[in-house]
Design a protein around this ligand. Structure first.
Ligand code: PLP
Length: 446
């Protein structure tokens, strides 16, 4: 009798082998099983047969090359394979003593991220579930550092009665950054919103006065346009004032790994903390994010957990640097993804996906009544079909057609269909097929 792992591997391989020929949207979710909690046990083989038989066709084909919704990476083969092994290991990566191997690979992954992005070498970090978790982790460290400098320990004494911290962010701050600030006690409504320019970049000239009780949240990669806030000027002013700068670089910060796009990230290394995703541009599977913090003691203080049975070794203990205690060793997958790419492969992945985004813009702008709304500086393209109603109809017909999948958005008052090229698997043919389908569907709108 073969092991269920062999069965799972065979089914997964078949699934991935067929993914490029499939329609991208879900095929049929009518066949998904539903019942009361069964009395009797089932075998792994029976369970896999149901998951694969009913579940696989109902998935969204994000693992293929023509899913351009949200900012969704594919998953590199090395990452998927490493993830399987990590599942078999089933390590609890909370403490070094619980899994020296997992912590070793995760530490390497953090080091490589710091190197690839050109961040300060003595920074520390945490591997979390995504950029939302990373933003939250980093602003907790910011809160600790800023308030302790003001003579208040928020981790011991809470925020009630603490000196106020002002949070400054651009008008087009990502909603997940707002959520992270809310979770950290800064309040979603207390943000000072700085006006942005025609690409959604924070206007440095509109920055309010900064001081040692200011947290400035900038972004590297606007989720709609891909644009970067002007980090160099903002970080210089913040440094002088003693303010803390946090960078939401969920996908865009990876431009720093490409010699061709690195200029977009100028000045980012002078910030105090950075958040990014593993599952977007580095193409690990879901889920993974990384928080990097310059002030090691601030993160350590904010994330402290003490108990006699939690011994602390000389290494970075994950549970003392992130919000979780028990946790999957998800950083091993990031290690595998980065190792499989190397510096050259990572730069190539960034360059390739950005080139595909430009090809989308060239293939669509001015064709069949379509207009590209943004300067395509990175991997994001905003397409309008004229009115909001017409554009929404285009987005719906693209999704129904199934050749590719794109989501909708509203940006600076304009309704758009958003194309994000973030998968390692997307090639010229995928782009050509998708451009042709979008043009055909746009022509058929009236
Ligand atoms: C995707 C994204 C986030 C949130 O990331 P998750 O991985 O979904 O938590 C935050 N900021 C930006 C700019 C993003 O694109």
């Amino acid at each position: 009798m073969a092991s269920p792992l062999d069965d799972a591997a065979a089914r997964a391989a078949r699934y991935l082998a067929g993914i490029r020929d499939r329609r991208v949207g879900p095929v049929d979710i009518g066949g998904l099983p539903e019942s009361a909690f069964p009395d009797e046990p089932a075998t792994p083989e029976e369970i896999l047969a149901v998951l694969d038989g009913a579940g696989s066709p109902a998935t969204v084909a994000t693992a293929g090359g023509r899913y351009f919704g949200f900012v969704t990476g594919g998953a590199l083969p090395a990452a998927v394979a490493a993830s399987w092994l990590v599942s078999a290991w089933n390590q609890n990566a909370a403490l070094e003593i619980m899994s020296p191997a997992a912590i070793h690979f995760e530490d390497q992954a953090i080091r490589w991220v710091v190197e690839a992005l050109g961040l300060p070498a003595d920074s520390t970090g945490a591997i979390v579930t995504g950029a939302t978790g990373a933003n939250f982790t980093a602003v907790c460290a910011a809160r600790t550092a800023l308030l302790r400098r003001a003579g208040w320990d928020p981790d011991e004494d809470g925020l009630f009665g603490a000196p106020p911290i002002r949070v400054v962010a651009g008008e087009e701050i990502h909603v997940s950054m707002v959520k992270a600030l809310g979770l950290a006690g800064f309040g979603r409504q207390r943000l000072h919103r700085v006006p942005v320019d025609g690409q959604g970049r924070m206007r440095a000239d509109a920055l309010p006065p900064l001081d040692g009780r200011t947290l400035v949240c900038i972004q590297a990669g606007n989720v709609n346009t891909g644009a970067f806030d002007p980090a160099a000027g903002i970080c210089a002013r913040a440094r002088q004032a003693g303010a803390w700068v946090h960078v939401d670089g969920a996908f865009g910060i990876w431009a720093a790994a490409s010699p061709k796009y690195r200029h977009l990230t100028a000045g980012l290394k002078d910030a105090d903390s950075w958040a990014t995703d593993a599952h977007k541009w580095p193409n690990t599977g879901y889920d993974g994010g990384i928080a990097i913090v310059r002030d090691r003691s601030a993160l350590r203080h904010a994330m402290t957990v003490n108990a006699a049975y939690l011994p602390e070794g000389p290494k970075r203990e994950p549970s003392q640097h992130g919000p979780e205690m028990s946790r999957r060793a998800r950083g091993v997958e990031l290690w595998a993804a980065l190792r499989s790419l190397g510096r050259r492969g990572l730069a190539d992945l960034i360059d390739r996906t950005c080139a595909h985004a430009r090809a989308f813009a060239q293939g669509l702008d001015g064709q069949a009544g379509l207009e590209v709304l943004n300067e395509v500086v990175l991997n994001q393209v905003l397409v309008s079909a004229g009115s909001a109603e017409r554009t929404n109809r285009l987005t719906r017909s693209v999704q129904a057609d199934g050749t590719c999948w794109c989501g909708g958005t509203v940006w600076q008052g304009r309704t758009a269909m958003r194309i994000s090229v973030s998968s390692w698997l997307t090639d010229e043919q995928d782009v050509a097929r998708s451009v042709a389908a979008i043009r055909r569907l746009a022509s058929d709108l009236d």
